[in-house]
Design a protein around this ligand. Structure first.
Ligand SMILES: Nc1ncnc2c1ncn2[C@@H]1O[C@H](COP(=O)(O)OP(=O)(O)O)[C@@H](O)[C@H]1O
Ligand SMILES: [Mg+2]
Length: 511
């Protein structure tokens, strides 16, 4: 007898429909043949399904069984096809029938006792089920929260093969699961420590606020122990809260990661990713044997923080180029080709020289001029080119460090200003083109950043006397635009240009 069960598999952050056809013919030896490009995990499914069927009180199908995974030309990865394969075998041997086979997709990994384990990509699978016009998707209960945000798709959570079979047979009614999205967003209190815990460093905080306001990438340079890491980790707190759409985009990426790497079903706070400098190119860009998103994608809609930048290997930094330019990363391997979104704010921290104390007046730096040049040179040109703001983080004086008064504006105060500035940019873009100043192209930049004569001559003097390169020019305009937005002004003034010039300190020393 021939049975057909609908399921789904993941490619990149999208899911596609997989039809599982099971043909059982009596006689001959007991055998299962699986065709249609299954990977190793799918092939092993045979053993899990065998035990799960027996331990759930079903008969293991005798005779010759052919299982075809269609479409046959795309490789199917992972263990999510266990449940539909088991259900298909039951249907092919007349142990189970029901209309649900026509209206629902089924996914789930089976444990040997027949209980269900969560799968990767449940959110994309639910979206696919809806787009295919199905009524819903039957999946492991642990995936229900993540899939339950999809409108127009009944998410049926099940604990075991037995329960899934009871649902199909109509013996058990399971109400669709809906995730309380509003509640999740309301309780999404930021787990980020407050800005005002960082002593001194007023101008660094200011630079971080400017960066957050215009979505500019930022580089902090300073001796060890001056608060660079501390400040960076507080940055998610001053960014605007995530919108529902942003949350869905980011969750889709986390959703296709291996299940054990995930914590929350729905990502409602901006990610802060801080890969270690020993990270491999694959872990940063994504890819691998089976396609997985890398750090650049896990940071989507949030922050990618590269601490101690010169310690990273060059190849790992090289792969940042594409996501920084396009907001996405393409990965091509022999057996697959995927694209992951990866638009993030890049935050970079480094010491000023190999020993770290070149800019610390209280310590002697032993690095030679050549050492410093080589060290700073590890910031490759293309990467540096994508960073709008450079800021020096000086060593704190004893008085500053021991000051017990609260230091500077709180996270909440800074966030309010950032929000107002972002709304202004949003209104100006009016639904078209780049939303934030950091992403303005040259043409739009010229239109939005008109300088008056005084600002123009100031900028000219600065470019000449400081020897700034031409590429610094556009960046200065972008930052000046953000500075004006922070003040609620439409016109850029000399003050804004003067401050923007200060954020280009490395143009002189490195390039
Ligand atoms: N500006 C500061 N205000 C308060 N504590 C600081 C400051 N700078 C450094 N510290 C203390 O020093 C520790 C190391 O700071 P960290 O941010 O890791 O420095 P860096 O990344 O610049 O090397 C912090 O955990 C904190 O206790
Ligand atoms: Mg540090």
């Amino acid at each position: 007898m021939l049975a057909r069960v609908q399921s789904a598999a993941v490619l990149g952050i999208d899911a596609f429909t997989v039809a599982i056809e099971v043909d059982n013919s009596a006689g001959g030896m007991n055998k299962i043949t699986m065709v249609g490009l299954p990977d190793a995990a799918v092939k092993e499914s045979e053993d899990r399904v065998r035990s799960a069927l027996r331990n759930s009180g079903f008969r293991y199908p005798r005779g010759y069984n052919v299982i075809n995974l269609a479409p046959a030309d795309i490789r199917k990865e992972g263990s999510a096809l266990d449940l539909p394969i088991a259900l298909g075998l039951l249907a092919a041997t007349a142990q189970l029938e029901g209309a649900a086979f026509n209206n629902y997709a089924f996914v789930g990994e089976l444990a040997l006792d027949g209980s269900l384990r969560p799968v990767a990509g449940a959110l994309a699978m639910a979206i696919n089920a809806r787009n295919q016009g199905l009524q819903g998707i039957v999946l492991p209960a642990m995936n229900a929260d993540e899939a339950g945000v999809v409108q127009g798709c009944d998410v049926i959570p099940v604990q075991s093969l037995e329960q899934a079979a009871a649902f199909v047979a109509g013996d058990e009614v399971i109400p669709p699961h809906r995730t309380e999205v509003d509640e999740l967003f309301q309780t999404a209190h930021l787990r980020v420590p407050d800005f005002d815990e960082v002593k001194g460093q007023g101008h660094v905080k200011r630079a971080l606020m400017v960066a957050a306001a215009g979505a500019h990438n930022i580089l902090m340079v300073g001796p060890p122990g001056t608060g660079k890491t501390m400040l960076a980790s507080r940055l998610p707190g001053i960014l605007p809260p995530m919108s529902f759409d942003e949350s869905l985009e980011t969750t889709r990426i986390f959703s296709v990661c291996p299940v054990e790497q995930r914590k929350d079903s729905l990502i409602v706070t901006r990610p802060f990713r801080s890969p270690h400098h020993t990270s491999t190119t694959v872990s940063i860009a994504g890819g691998g044997q089976q396609a997985h998103p890398g750090e650049v994608s896990l940071a989507h809609n949030g922050i990618l923080f590269l601490d101690e930048l010169p310690e990273f290997n060059r190849a790992a930094l090289e792969v940042l180029r594409q996501p920084l330019e396009d907001g996405q990363v393409h990965i091509r391997r022999a057996n697959y080709s995927v694209t992951y979104p990866s638009r993030f704010m890049l935050v970079v921290a480094m010491n000023p020289c190999p020993c770290g104390c070149r800019t610390d007046p209280r310590r002697d730096c032993r690095c030679s001029y050549g050492d410093v040049q080589r060290y700073m040179g590890r910031l490759s040109g293309p990467l540096l080119d994508r960073i709008d703001i450079h800021v020096d983080v000086p060593a704190l004086s004893f008085d500053e460090l021991t000051d017990t008064r609260s230091s500077g504006p709180s996270t909440q105060e800074v966030r309010d200003q950032v929000l107002a500035a972002r709304e202004r940019q949003h209104a100006r873009a009016n639904g078209s083109g780049a939303r934030y100043n950091a992403h303005l192209d040259t043409k739009t930049l010229r239109r939005y950043c008109v300088l008056n004569d005084a600002s123009k001559s100031l900028l000219e003097t600065a470019l000449n006397t400081l020897g700034l390169s031409a590429r610094a020019y556009d960046k200065i305009l972008r930052i000046a635009r953000t500075l004006a937005d922070l003040e609620g002004l439409e016109d850029i003034t000399e003050m804004h240009v003067a401050e923007a010039v200060q954020y280009r300190s490395l143009d002189k020393t490195v390039m």
